[in-house]
Design a protein around this ligand. Structure first.
Ligand code: ASP
Length: 436
């Protein structure tokens, strides 16, 4: 009997940690040479990177084909406007709920008061990422977000190797899809057929690439556990704990309640359907990278129509990041708490919350994007940017978790929209499944 994909992924994660951690511990204790964990980590990263690269290859054409095909199948323009309004309302509401959860968890646990600053200082890593937003104020940041929605050249946005111009692709694809609907007639029919065809091929390619997910996950797990050791998982314990508890609350209470009340679906069954995507999001820390799998799970395993998934998911992977918003808030409040002589006023906490919302909208669906955007939130309340160095050591593991919450929220959005958009109430929750 062939193991289901999500079981294969889970096994790959356990094997990766089971091999990587002992190697790291043995090298730390001097039993074996440090060469071994380093080599295993390097090979692991190599394998993981190949998988991410394959996913990254299909993201732009998949989004374009998926959005155009989805929008043209919406049929009428009024139907499209309704779906867009509801989707954006959902994105903003759930992100705000996530932020509030983060603030409450922070105030109860007060992670910075337990933290051993010296331990934190000792675990500093250099901030090597490209901090693009340094110095930008809130208004400027907002303006940049809106302005950058419009691609200077859609072909350039499509071919940007970093996939950072995905918002531009979405903007162009939405307009193109809308205008195909407006032009209509023979031309509309022809183009709809062409994009449906391209989309079908892209989905098949995706299903093929996804078969390699367990190898990619094994590679990344080896990289994290052999290369960084237990320290990755235990340093900055209280801070990690706070973010994790708040994320868990959002994932198992808030979103499932929304799934039941607004989506009229069993969250447990829906979670099972989405599990390959959620586990892949966890191990790759990339919503964009996971997108092909998210679309496949929503459509093939949860039985939600392409019209909904192709609109809600690509947009959600880029702008709807509940996990990232929550993390931004807790991280910045934590940095403030461990910075001597800083006490944020309620007004400043509100600024942190609002800025975190926009930072999460602006963050790309790629690893560590949220950390880069933290510069904006820190700057908004005048905190030193080098606070990022404090939390960088544990960023990867939190990035993994918050990314799966981001994807879980996008998926729940599909469940909600399916209920409101389908004539009969919901798309069949247990439509015949085709295991990807
Ligand atoms: N890695 C996250 C994502 O892809 C973004 C972030 O860094 O928070 O959804």
């Amino acid at each position: 009997m062939r193991l289901k994909l999500h079981h294969q992924i889970l096994i790959a994660m356990l094997v990766g940690a089971g091999v990587g951690l002992p190697l790291n511990i043995l090298a730390e204790s001097g039993t074996i040479d440090a060469y071994w964990p380093r080599t295993v980590a390097a090979y692991g990263k190599g394998v993981g990177d190949v998988f991410l690269r394959l996913l990254s290859m299909i993201v732009a054409p998949l989004i374009l084909a998926s959005l155009v095909s989805g929008i043209t199948s919406t049929g009428s323009l009024s139907g499209l406007a309704r779906l867009g309004g509801r989707t954006l309302t959902y994105y903003l509401t759930t992100s705000m709920l996530a932020i509030i959860t983060g603030i409450v968890a922070f105030n109860i646990i007060q992670p910075g008061t337990h933290g051993n600053i010296e331990l934190i200082e000792a675990s500093r890593e250099a901030v090597t990422m490209d901090v693009v937003q340094t110095g930008a104020g809130l208004a400027e940041t907002l303006w940049n977000q809106v302005f950058n929605l419009i691609p200077a050249n859609p072909f350039h946005a499509l071919s940007d190797p970093s996939n950072k111009s995905i918002l531009g692709v979405i903007f162009f694809a939405v307009m193109f899809g809308v205008f195909i609907t407006i032009v209509g007639g023979e031309v509309g029919e022809l183009l709809t057929k062409v994009f449906n065809g391209v989309f079908e091929v892209m989905m098949k390619m995706t299903m093929f690439i996804i078969k390699f997910a367990p190898a990619g996950v094994l590679g990344f797990m080896l990289y994290a556990s052999a290369g960084k050791g237990l320290g990755v998982f235990v340093a900055l314990g209280w801070y990690v704990l706070t973010v994790a508890i708040a994320l868990t609350f959002h994932a198992v209470i808030t979103l499932p309640l929304i799934c039941i009340v607004l989506g009229r679906r069993s969250p447990l069954k829906f979670f099972q359907s989405m599990s390959p995507a959620l586990l892949t999001a966890f191990s790759t820390a990339s919503s964009n990278g996971t997108l092909p799998l998210t679309i496949t799970c929503v459509e093939k395993r949860a039985g939600i129509s392409n019209r909904i998934s192709s609109f809600v998911l690509p947009l959600g992977a880029t702008v709807n990041m509940d996990g990232t918003a929550l993390y931004e808030v807790v991280a910045v409040l934590f940095i403030a708490q461990v910075t001597p002589d800083v006490d944020l006023t309620v007004g400043q906490q509100v600024i942190v919350a609002i800025t975190a919302l926009f930072a999460s909208i602006g963050a790309a669906g790629i690893p560590h994007a949220g950390t880069v955007m933290m510069v904006v939130v820190l700057g908004a309340v005048g905190l030193p940017l080098d606070g990022i160095g404090l939390i960088l050591a544990v960023d990867r593991v939190l990035d993994m978790y918050r990314t799966s919450i981001n994807v879980w929220s996008d998926s729940t959005a599909c469940a909600v929209m399916a209920r409101f958009e389908s004539p009969g109430g919901t798309d069949p929750p247990d439509a015949p499944t085709e295991s990807p």
